[in-house]
Structures are given as C-alpha cells and as structure tokens.
Design a protein. Sequence first.
Length: 249
Amino acid sequence: MAKFDGIFEIQGTMKGMTFYKTKDGLLIRAKGGVSKQRIMNDPAFQRTRENGSEFSHNAKMSQLLRRSIASLLPLAKDYRVSSRLSQTMSWVKNLDFESVRGQRKVAVGIASESGKQLLRGFNFNANATFGSVFKSQYILDPVTGVVSIAGFSPSIHLGTPQGATHVSFSIGVCALDFETEEFETTYSERTNFSVGSGIQDFVLTPLTLPLISGTTMFYFLIEFFQEINNEQYPLRNNAYNVLYLMEVV
C-alpha cells in the first residue's frame, strides 16, 4: 500500500491498481491476484490461513473489549483505537504458549502477568493521553475499585485544554471473560468541578462491583466541558477527553 500524490484525485481501479480515499489521504494498492478458494485450500497457504485466523480472533477480542465499555468509549477515543487495540490483542495472543499456531487465544495470553501488563496503561484517545492530562497521584484499591486522589490542584495537576471551564472524573470497573465472551461493567458517579477551583481530595467509588468472573479492568475517564449560561457542553465534541486503562487483574 502506498500514498498517491498527484494533481488529480482518482478513486477506483485502473490498470490493476486500486485508488481509495482514507483519513490519511489517497492511497493506492495493487489488485489482489490469488483467489480466496486457493488461499483456503492450497497447502502452500497454510501460514496465510493461520495468520488470518489469528488476525480475525484479535479483531474479535478487540471488539469484545470495546463493547464491554460501550458507555465510556464514545466519550474518549481516536479514530485509530480499533486498530491499536487489535494490535495490542495480537501481542497478548502471542503469549499463548499452549495452543498451536493459528489457534492461539487472547484468553490464554491474558491469564499471564505479562499479558495483563500489555493492556495496562492503554489510552483510548491517543490525542489526549492520561499522562499528559492528569499530573497527580492516585491510589486504586483493586478489591473495592475505589480510586483516591489527595491534594489535587487543577492549576497544577491538570492539563486543561483551552476553552474548558469544568472537568469530570469517573471510573469504570469491568469483568470480562475472553473465553466465554461474557462481561459486566459498573461505574462510579461523575465528580464534576471547575478547573479554577482550589485544592481538593477525591474518592471515586463504583456504585457496585461486577459479579461475574473474568479479567477485571479498571478505567479512568476524564471529561472536559465549557459552561455557557449555566449549562455545560462537551468541549470540542470530546476531543480532549481521556479514557485510560489503569489496572488489569
């Protein structure tokens, strides 16, 4: 795949080359020449079939995780989050040292500490990362899901985008079984305050905890707002919001 840089904008297929438009510009690729039937049956394409099977699995597990936080994800994401998360799932899947090639699973890889570590710290909006916005310390209790923040000063500890007048903190706790594809997600209430307020202490507590078993993931959501006539509106359609995977247990 290559980027097309020309005077005229071309879309479609011409002389075996396909031109198509993406968010990254106009791209070009050669038209495929191997039939699907051959790929599915020819022994020479065994590795291709194995890679394709695992690629599909990675994408499915990425979609499953995104579904498990469907209430949070629309509030803080970039347009590449699906592919970035699928890539991370591929790394987790590679830690499955039990299954044969082509059948390795995220469910096995995530059971290891190394697999959990690969997901920890994932930013769903790469344009607004947790470290660039939240500059204080927090304490997460993985038993209760409670997040405690002491001595927080917005003027010092918050990377506030231009135009923001208020910000909200909230957390989510998700139990996800990558084998059965079951999940349950619970949330805290939002703590909303002015970006011009003084030093505060916060305790973010999930209303309940998930009851099902599985990999437990703890999320931190930061939302920015602009207040106009006593009404708060999402700043720049949530472009500056943060969704951060704090911990995986």
